[in-house]
Design a protein around this ligand. Structure first.
Ligand SMILES: [Zn+2]
Length: 275
């Protein structure tokens, strides 16, 4: 008789555990998709805060007060929209650990923006020319905040812990493998990469963030028609830098734009009120 590798047995065991969690866990707003988000929000918020503070300390913050004010103004409006949205979905308790913060990092080479759990948002100056104006910035922030409130990072991190560390609890992982855990966190949240917004995350996550992001920007008073234009501009950059993997896992820019255009009339009539 051949005994299966211990790791295989463990993996199967954890997959079963994951399946059980999956069948009992909450679902993503709007799409209703069930997902694994095993990690306690409070743990993630603590980790996010540390990671965010470290990042801010080693980065140069923008001193362009006009741009910083714009980022914070759009951010505050998107945050307010996210809170109202989650209240209506009956999910406001999920924002319990959120203390919104919006910072602009002075780095023209980095085309990135992200929102960590707890509402810690960073925008890099490198993405500002692609954002072009306030509405473009609202597309980015709506999309990133949507990833956060749909708990995509939590889901990605849960999957990584499951596959790479055999499904250990987050606090155990932090204690035993601090560096690996920090790396997983950065990867899960798209922190510290030059083309973060174009990282090959799953199509499911991207289209959920696109849809919820549209709703958030519309509720914040920005016309969602700006979204396909932003993604069109975004698709023109980084051409040479894209890995082949990118093409297979990321929604193609054309499909994304087409889908956004299909969603706009409904989102616009339901949520968009001019300010
Ligand atoms: Zn995304």
């Amino acid at each position: 008789m051949i005994y299966p590798d211990k790791r295989v047995v463990y993996t199967v065991f954890y997959l079963i555990v994951a399946f059980l969690f999956l069948s009992s866990c909450t679902s993503v707003p709007i799409t209703g998709r069930k997902r694994i988000a095993l990690l306690p929000s409070s743990n993630l918020a603590t980790m996010a805060l540390q990671s965010y503070q470290t990042l801010l300390k080693k980065s140069r913050l923008s001193t362009d007060s006009r741009k910083v004010a714009t980022v914070r103004r759009v951010g505050a409006r998107i945050a307010k929209a996210a809170e109202a949205f989650m209240r209506e979905e009956g999910l406001q308790s999920q924002l319990k650990h959120f203390k919104w913060e919006f910072n602009l990092i002075d780095d023209d080479k980095t085309i990135n923006a992200f929102c960590m759990p707890g509402g810690k948002v960073a925008i890099y100056t490198g993405i500002m020319p692609i954002a072009k104006d306030e509405a473009g910035l609202a597309v980015i922030m709506g999309h990133e905040v949507a990833h956060a409130i749909a708990k995509h990072g939590n889901e990605r991190m849960s999957q990584m812990l499951l596959v790479q560390l055999g499904g250990v609890a987050l606090d155990v992982a932090i204690k035993n493998k601090p560096d690996e855990t920090k790396n997983m966190f950065r990867l899960a949240y798209g922190v510290g990469t030059q083309l973060g917004l174009l990282l090959p995350f799953s199509r499911t996550h991207e289209s959920e963030a696109d849809h919820i992001g549209l709703i958030l920007m519309a509720r914040a008073g920005y016309d969602p028609v700006a979204a396909p234009y932003f993604w069109q501009r975004m698709s023109k950059i980084g051409g040479g830098k894209r890995a082949p993997q990118f093409l297979s896992t990321h929604p193609s820019p054309l499909k994304r734009v087409k889908r956004l255009k299909q969603l706009i009339p409904d989102v616009r009539s339901k949520y968009f009120r001019k300010r």
